[in-house]
Design a binder for this molecule. Sequence first.
Ligand SMILES: [Zn+2]
Length: 138
Amino acid sequence: MTSEDPKPEGQPGEFQAALRGLCPQCGEKTLFAGFADFAPKCSNCGLDYGQFNVGDGPTVFLTMGIGTLAVLLGLWVHFTFEPPLWLLAVLLTPLILGSTLYGLRISKGWLLQAEYWRKAKPANTKDVIHPDHDRGES
Ligand SMILES: [Zn+2]
């Protein structure tokens, strides 16, 4: 592992690990308990997944991005092929639901991998530099 590549030895890349739901510490497929819900901890190495603060951050971006693409695709299909609206709804609904849910699983897994590999944690008072700290130095 180098400073530019935080990937642990023997692990696939962040995106591959997220796609496969791998534990960032041991590489076993234990990250998810449900479709997009993290397991409480790794059943192989005991890594506590609850310590990571992934939250629902990716949800807004996924919903807005996929919604925009779906509207553009719907408009293109509507004006190009002129299908009935019910057919457009039948075609786009599973595409929107599937890409949003699967995208949520991948993006949450990706964020957790990134947090683990970069040792991200919430800042505390020791991380804040006092404004007078650098005066007179260097
Ligand atoms: Zn593990």
